[in-house]
Write a protein of this length. Structure first.
Length: 325
C-alpha cells in the first residue's frame, strides 16, 4: 500500500474522471477517410473533397485503401560513379550481391571483386551439384562461362612457368619462390604455351603441388608424345572466387562457349544459348575436384529439325563421337 505524506493535497475529483479545460473537453476523437481519390493540388488552396490529398508521399492509392509504396534504400555507390548494368545474386550462405559496371564486378561495399570482362550484360543462374559449395554461374556472350562461389578471394599473381614436362600427366615447374602460391585442388589459368604444349593453356585444376619439388601436376594433360621444349613466355595464374570454366566442345565446332549469353539450370544440368546460332546447349557435370566439382563439361546441342545429340569427351568415348540422348 502506498503511503501519502500528511501534507499531500486531496484529489478534487476522487472518481478520477476526465476534467474539462475552460469548460470544454480537452480532446476528442475524429474519424476521417483515406484519400481514395488520390492527389489534388487544389486542396492546398481551398478546403475541398476530404477524399483528395494535397500531399501523398510514399503512398499508393488503391480501390478501397491506400498502401505504403514499395521503397528502396541505397546499398552502395561506386567510387567511379559508373553506371551499374546488372546485379548478380549469390544464393548460398551467406547470400551476396555483385554489381557489374565498366567490365568489373563489385560487392555492395563498392570493393572490386573481379575485372577484365568484355561487357556488363550478364545472364546468371544458381547451381549446385555433387559439390558442397553453391555457385552462381554466369555468361555475358564474350567471356565464356564464369562461376562464383560467393567469396571475395581475388585472383592470384601471374607466375612465370620455368618448364613443362613431356609426361602423362604433364608437370609444370615454377621458381622456388613461387611454388607457395599454389595449393592442391586450386584452379589456375595457364597461358602462352605453343606447339604440342598448347593443350596446357586455359583453365586447369592442379594436384601434387611441390611433389616433386617446385612442380605441380595437370591431371588429364598428356604430353608423352610432345616434341621440342615448352619454351619461354608461359604463365600460370591462380583464380580467385570467380573462375572461368573450361568447356569441352568436341566435334560440334559450331558451339562457341565464349558466345554463350544465356544460362538456366534444370535437372542438375546447365543450359546455355547464344544469339549467333539460336540453338540451346546443355552442359552436364560429373564429380571431380574443382570449382563445380565436375570431371569436365560435356556440351550437348540441339539443331533445328534433329534429335538431341551429346558430344562426349575422350574419357567416355572416342573423341568427337556422338550418341542419342
Amino acid at each position: 500500500m502506498r503511503m501519502l505524506p500528511a501534507a499531500h493535497l486531496p484529489l478534487k475529483n476522487k472518481r478520477g474522471t476526465p476534467q474539462l479545460a475552460k469548460g470544454k473537453p480537452a480532446s476528442k476523437v475524429a474519424h476521417f477517410s483515406a484519400p481514395l481519390k488520390g492527389l489534388s493540388l487544389r486542396s492546398e488552396l481551398t478546403e475541398g473533397d476530404p477524399l483528395l490529398a494535397s500531399v501523398l508521399t510514399n503512398w499508393v492509392v488503391e480501390d478501397d485503401r491506400i498502401t505504403v509504396r514499395p521503397g528502396y534504400r541505397m546499398l552502395s555507390q561506386l567510387a567511379a560513379h559508373t553506371p551499374i548494368s546488372t546485379l548478380i545474386p549469390y544464393y548460398g550462405e551467406p547470400s551476396k550481391l555483385a554489381a557489374a559496371s565498366a567490365g568489373s564486378l563489385y560487392d555492395t561495399a563498392g570493393v572490386l571483386l573481379s575485372s577484365g570482362y568484355g561487357n556488363d550484360y550478364w545472364s546468371w543462374t544458381s547451381f549446385s551439384n555433387l559439390s558442397t559449395t553453391d555457385y552462381t554461374v554466369m555468361v555475358n556472350g564474350v567471356d565464356g562461362v564464369v562461376s562464383w562461389d560467393g567469396a571475395a578471394v581475388p585472383a592470384g599473381p601471374v607466375v612465370a612457368v620455368t618448364s613443362i614436362s613431356k609426361t602423362n600427366p604433364a608437370q609444370v615447374t615454377v621458381a622456388a619462390a613461387d611454388i607457395s602460391k599454389f595449393t592442391n585442388g586450386m584452379v589456375i589459368r595457364i597461358a602462352g604455351a605453343v606447339g604440342d604444349f598448347a593443350v596446357c593453356n586455359g583453365t586447369k585444376t592442379i594436384t601434387s603441388v611441390n611433389t616433386p619439388v617446385n612442380t605441380f601436376t595437370l591431371p588429364g594433360v598428356n604430353l608423352a608424345a610432345a616434341t621440342g621444349t615448352s619454351g619461354a613466355g608461359i604463365t600460370a595464374q591462380p583464380f580467385g572466387s570467380f573462375v572461368k570454366e573450361a568447356i569441352t566442345v568436341g566435334a560440334e565446332t559450331w558451339i562457341n562457349p565464349l558466345r554463350f549469353d544465356k544460362v538456366i539450370s534444370h535437372m542438375n544440368r546447365l543450359w546455355f544459348a547464344d544469339s549467333d546460332n539460336l540453338r540451346s546447349t546443355t552442359c552436364r557435370c560429373k564429380p571431380r575436384p574443382g570449382p563445380l566439382n565436375c570431371f569436365r563439361w560435356m556440351c550437348c546441342s540441339s539443331a533445328a529439325g534433329t534429335s538431341w545429340r551429346c558430344t562426349r569427351g575422350p574419357s567416355t568415348a572416342a573423341a568427337g563421337s556422338t550418341t542419342r540422348w
